[in-house]
Design a protein around this ligand. Structure first.
Ligand code: PAF
Length: 264
């Protein structure tokens, strides 16, 4: 039976009881979808104890309207986690995680100057700060993050390294709908027509020769493009459609052509 922890004091006692068993951890902001399910399934398969958290973290929203309209589906999320075999879920209130307000903060260094860091002031700082708190609370051997939020994943990997956090950061591939649209909690805010059109982000990223060409294609299709940029051998995009801001990224040259066999 899955246990739900709202009090961090009670969770700390339970964490002591878990002791040296391998714990895996999947932090989320709820509104769970197939992407989250894939993280949880891997966490379940690789660890003795599977722990998840659901917390809509206010410090990572630079726009209060975005925080207000972020989808909240707690009962459905808990039912899904239980079906997936999770042992423990942390659902703390904001005053538990920020007992003295938003006092100490983790800076993401030079990552703050590009993409999500540049377009959403305070976003990476908010994510790094809450992830640091959650990693300490979970005390997990492994924590699972999706490649859909690749810049976030990269920042978390680097932060965990720089702060000697003994949790392995495990990257999991983006889960997509048949149309190519990356699974995201924000997709729930799209109309049916917008959801169909949103798949153009993936198509532009995978078919355009350059980032500039992908950006122009999306703009011509009615997206408001924040950026299309290449970093870490991947192509990234952030664009708004029907008032909903979506991000995605794909590896560049994911299927390198094998070299032609050397003629004898
Ligand atoms: O990716 C998310 O859902 C959030 O940014 C995270 C990592 C749970 C931190 O709030």
């Amino acid at each position: 039976m899955m246990r739900v922890w709202r009090s961090l004091d009670q969770w700390t006692e339970r964490r002591r009881a878990i002791g040296g068993q391998d714990a895996g951890f999947v932090p989320t902001m709820g509104a769970l979808h197939r992407g989250h399910a894939s993280l949880v399934e891997r966490c379940r398969a690789e660890n003795q104890v599977a722990v998840a958290s659901i917390f809509v973290n206010p410090s990572q929203f630079n726009d209060p309207r975005d925080l207000d309209r972020y989808p909240r589906t707690l009962d459905r999320d808990l039912a899904l986690l239980e079906r997936l075999g999770v042992d423990d879920v942390l659902v703390p209130a904001a005053h538990e995680l920020y007992p003295n307000g938003y006092r100490f903060r983790i800076e993401a260094g030079c990552l703050t100057s590009v993409m999500e860091g540049a377009h959403r002031p305070g976003f990476l700082q908010g994510v790094m700060t809450i992830v640091m708190k959650l990693l300490h609370l979970a005390g997990a051997r492994r924590a699972y993050f999706g490649e859909k939020d690749f810049q976030q994943l990269q920042a978390i990997r680097e932060m965990a390294g720089d702060f000697f956090i003994p949790t392995e950061i495990v990257a999991c591939p983006t889960v997509r709908a048949a149309s190519g649209l990356a699974e995201s909690s924000r997709n729930a805010l799209l109309s049916d027509t917008a959801r169909e059109k949103a798949a153009l982000i993936f198509h532009a990223l995978t078919t355009a020769a350059t980032a500039a060409e992908a950006s122009a294609t999306l703009a011509a299709e009615g997206f408001t493009v924040d950026y299309v940029e290449d970093h870490w051998d991947r192509r990234f995009a952030a664009a708004t459609l029907g008032g909903v801001r979506l991000i995605d990224n794909v590896p560049l040259n994911p299927h390198p052509q094998p070299l032609s066999p050397t003629p004898i």
